[in-house]
Design a protein around this ligand. Structure first.
Ligand SMILES: NC(=O)c1ccc[n+]([C@@H]2O[C@H](COP(=O)([O-])OP(=O)(O)OC[C@H]3O[C@@H](n4cnc5c(N)ncnc54)[C@H](OP(=O)(O)O)[C@@H]3O)[C@@H](O)[C@H]2O)c1
Length: 333
């Protein structure tokens, strides 16, 4: 790890996690080998945290790169932080452990640092399906079912196969129930976070609960699939306040998004397939932090603009994507 990379300490275990990770969702445009090449380059310049998921369909290629780096002595296993996620079509009780083992095997590891439940909804939809696609088997959040999945993740911790477990795409009311009923509390919550979508009360709740927020799409996901774009979406990296601060620091606006994330205690996981951007993103969190006044200005540009709305996970009878996010503070069923 670049000796300047900040780390956060996980409250429950004392483990250190690098404060930036490399995202590995190639969207619809970057293929598995190109993502693996990005991981190889990232490891060579000091990244030690890689955010993977079975559904990104590139864990095999990434696993080959991890093995190569460890065999070459570039990195030791205990310096790496590798996350993976259980996909929505694997919530069945008999499916969870095999899905985990498949990720472990593809990544060529004998344990993971973090395993997340990718979304709290069981469903299946084909890769690259249209935004209006609905699975007849999709279900809303059913807490008892979620806890059955969680118990399996707890058993993976007991077995020494994963060091931490966590949630993703949750809401405050859902997480409250999980915190009430979990034997092993979630150590992390992965959530969409960028200057135009700050979720301040959710982040506060997460941090006050001893959970570390991992921020996905930290740059406002400019490369997200076309199907995930709507006319209301705003562009973080074009925000005049943010652009002004970037000019003062002499950096690309992307760097300011990442400095803002770190200043707020999030762990950003930017994706890039460009060596230049991968390096710039690491440097953004290692050097030249924001001044308190700059952080304050950026905290003020929130637009509550959710980009990853999750439309395809809607169940029959649901109104629209707002139903996934419990916006009135109670779980929508
Ligand atoms: N838990 C979940 O449900 C969930 C959901 C979404 C995402 N994620 C995770 O979060 C990661 C990041 O999210 P994301 O991929 O949606 O969006 P993002 O990281 O906000 O944006 C990635 C895009 O920004 C560009 N970029 C990266 N660095 C740049 C720089 N320094 N200057 C200019 N442009 C730059 C990249 O293009 P280049 O390749 O050209 O650099 C890419 O198109 C994913 O890869 C995935 O691991 C998790």
């Amino acid at each position: 790890m670049d000796k300047n990379t900040p780390t956060l300490t996980v409250p429950g275990t004392g483990a250190k996690i690098p404060a930036i990770g490399l995202g590995t969702f190639g969207s619809d445009s970057v293929d598995a080998q190109a993502v693996a090449n990005a991981v190889r380059y990232a490891l060579s310049i000091g990244y030690r945290h890689i955010d993977c998921a079975a559904v990104y369909q590139n864990e095999k290629e990434i696993g080959a790169v991890l093995k190569e780096a460890m065999d070459a002595g570039t990195v030791a296993r205990d310096q790496l932080w590798i996350t993976s996620k259980l996909w929505n079509d694997m919530h069945g009780e008999a499916d969870i452990i095999p899905a985990f083992m498949r990720s472990l095997e593809d990544l060529k590891l004998d344990y993971l640092d973090l395993y997340l439940i990718h979304w709290p909804f069981p469903n299946y939809h084909p890769p690259k399906c249209d935004v209006s696609s609905r699975s007849p088997n999709a279900r809303p959040y059913i807490h008892a079912d979620f806890m059955k999945v969680w118990r399996k993740l707890e058993s993976l911790v007991d077995a020494g196969l994963v060091r931490h477990i966590g949630t993703s795409n949750m809401t405050i009311p859902k997480l409250k129930l999980v915190l009430r009923d979990a034997r092993i509390k979630p150590a992390f919550n992965e959530m969409e976070l960028h200057p135009h979508f700050q979720q301040p009360s959710f982040v506060r709740f997460v941090q006050d609960s001893g959970i570390i927020p991992i921020g996905y799409s930290p740059l406002g996901s400019p490369g997200r699939p076309e199907r995930d774009k709507t006319t209301e979406d705003t562009v973080d990296m074009e925000d005049p306040v943010l652009v002004g601060i970037a000019r003062k620091h002499g950096v690309h606006p992307a760097a300011i998004c990442l400095k803002w994330a770190v200043a707020n205690g999030h762990i950003p996981i930017p994706f890039s397939a460009s060596n230049r951007n991968i390096l710039a993103n690491l440097e953004a969190v290692c050097y030249d932090p924001l001044l308190p006044e700059e952080k304050r200005l950026l905290d003020g540009i929130d637009r509550n603009c959710r980009l990853i709305k999750g439309q395809v996970f809607l169940w029959q009878g649901a109104k629209d994507w707002h139903d996934l996010w419990d916006e009135n503070g109670t779980i929508t069923t």
